[in-house]
Ligand binder design. Structure first.
Ligand SMILES: Nc1ncnc2c1ncn2[C@@H]1O[C@H](COP(=O)(O)OP(=O)(O)OP(=O)(O)O)[C@@H](O)[C@H]1O
Ligand SMILES: C[C@@](O)(CCOP(=O)(O)OP(=O)(O)O)CC(=O)O
Length: 422
């Protein structure tokens, strides 16, 4: 058994992982247990400086069972998805030794040692902000580091995929494709990096958090119902997505913003159309989401070429991708004009993430928000309506890096001596 005579040690790793937003959507599985999709998808990884999961994993001979805490509450690890990830990582663990601490672990010991896992999302969980993506990517990445797994990110992505499909794309930074693969065992259903975040670092992303309540239909249930009942989904996966994937890869490779934006918006709209085509229909977007699409379409049309791409996952939150920083400041001015904070909300808490965008947009106080002029694309004869309070808050971010280990022990979520949450 591991560890020689000393049984008091705790071995611990802390990692941080990003979320991602799909610009060509994954919606529909061909295998529910292995989580194999019916089409390829492409995403942009969001900067973990602003949205991320932090997970500490630990093993010790003194732990009596596998335990997990999520956002400070203990949760059950008995679900099939957690079990798949734990099993797959454990079976790939390799020998580990730390002579100084007297820790010797043989590869077969990983199956016998229990783990403690503590994870924290710095954004709302299960609210359509891809917490499952960041969460399972971080779980798999941190466990792989702890258990001295030698596999590369691509192989780890196939394990994270079994936690939540979209999680496989969070193993890389920048621009990522999840290849659906052909093998029945899922071995080739993995994520590949198309380009790093540095390749297209002009993009600025603003997320309008429309509602952070938990949604009514989970992605898992929603896509199962779509696979069973939507003819449009099958047409989409066979006829539309394969072509769009090639076009999107090219748009990213050449940093062709107009193509990128047109494909992103069209794919989001088609995904939501398949939700409406599902029986009974699924509504993820709400009136506020629709208003945001209307504003962006109107602005893009008035400029003659797209300035901003919009995309919505399984919820009402808009993810808006601006071509560059200058456009992002104009976007923010429009968003604050149409969707100002409610009277009891401070400007400082209304925009989080990269707050420096406020200064660039010339907005320092609520008076500045009130003084914003109507966007020029509004015709004089149409009174401009405002929707104060319809957006909970905005997050300003950008494309970002993949998972990293946090070496600083002070950042660990588990106590180094007890292995329990701090
Ligand atoms: N940090 C985490 N570590 C491990 N698992 C997590 C973590 N955060 C979330 N999860 C898992 O993901 C589930 C939430 O996933 P769900 O798909 O419902 O919401 P979401 O990911 O926030 O939204 P969406 O995927 O539609 O964008 C949680 O119930 C939990 O099982
Ligand atoms: C709309 C989406 O965000 C759906 C994500 O679905 P999940 O990855 O959350 O679903 P499961 O694989 O069942 O866990 C689109 C996308 O991210 O590609």
């Amino acid at each position: 058994m591991a560890g020689g005579s000393n049984k008091n040690w705790i071995l611990m790793v802390t990692a941080r992982s990003p979320t991602n937003i799909a610009v060509i959507k994954y919606w529909g599985k061909r295998d529910e247990t292995l989580i194999l999709p019916i089409n390829d998808s492409i995403s942009v990884t969001l900067d973990p400086e602003h949205l991320c999961t932090t997970t500490t994993v630990a093993v010790s001979p003194k732990f009596e069972e596998d335990r997990m805490w999520l956002n400070k509450k203990e949760i059950s690890l008995s679900g099939g998805r957690f079990q798949s990830c734990l099993r797959e990582i454990r079976s790939r663990g390799t020998d580990f030794e730390d002579e100084e601490k007297g820790i010797f672990i043989k590869k077969e010991d990983w199956k016998k040692l229990h783990v403690h896992i503590d994870s924290f999302n710095n954004f709302p969980t299960a609210a359509g902000l891809a917490s499952s993506a960041a969460g399972f990517a971080c779980l798999v990445y941190s466990l792989a580091k702890l258990m001295n797994v030698k596999e590369d990110e691509g192989q780890l992505s196939a394990i994270a995929r079994q936690g939540s499909g979209s999680a496989c794309r969070s193993l890389y930074g920048g621009f990522v494709k999840w290849s659906m693969g052909n093998d029945a065992n899922g071995s080739d259903s993995i994520a590949v990096q198309l380009a790093t975040e540095a390749h297209w670092d002009e993009l600025v992303i603003i997320i309008a958090v429309v509602s952070s309540r938990q949604k009514e239909t989970s992605s898992t249930t929603g896509m199962r119902e779509s696979v069973e009942t939507s003819p449009l989904l099958h047409y989409r996966s066979k006829e539309v997505v394969p072509k769009r994937i090639l076009q999107m890869e090219e748009a990213i490779r050449t940093r062709d913003f107009p193509s990128f934006a047109k494909l992103t918006c069209a794919d989001s709209n088609q995904f939501h159309a398949t939700c409406l085509d599902t029986s009974p229909p699924i509504f993820y977007m709400n009136d506020t989401s629709h208003r945001q699409v209307f504003c962006m379409e109107k602005w893009n049309r008035s400029e003659g070429t797209p300035q901003v791409a919009y995309t919505f996952d399984a919820g009402p939150n808009a993810v808006l991708i601006a071509k560059n920083r200058k456009v992002a400041t104009q976007l923010l001015q429009r968003l604050l004009f149409y969707f100002p904070p409610s009277a009891d909300t401070e400007l400082d808490s209304y925009l989080i993430g990269d707050k420096s965008i406020l200064k660039d947009a010339g907005i320092g106080t609520m008076e500045d928000v009130e003084a914003l002029a109507p966007p020029p694309e509004i015709k004089d004869n149409i009174p401009s309506q405002k929707y104060a309070g319809d957006v909970s808050y905005f997050i300003c971010t950008r494309p970002g890096r993949g998972p990293v280990v946090l070496g600083d022990e002070a950042l660990a979520l588990l106590h180094p001596e007890t292995g329990l949450p701090k």
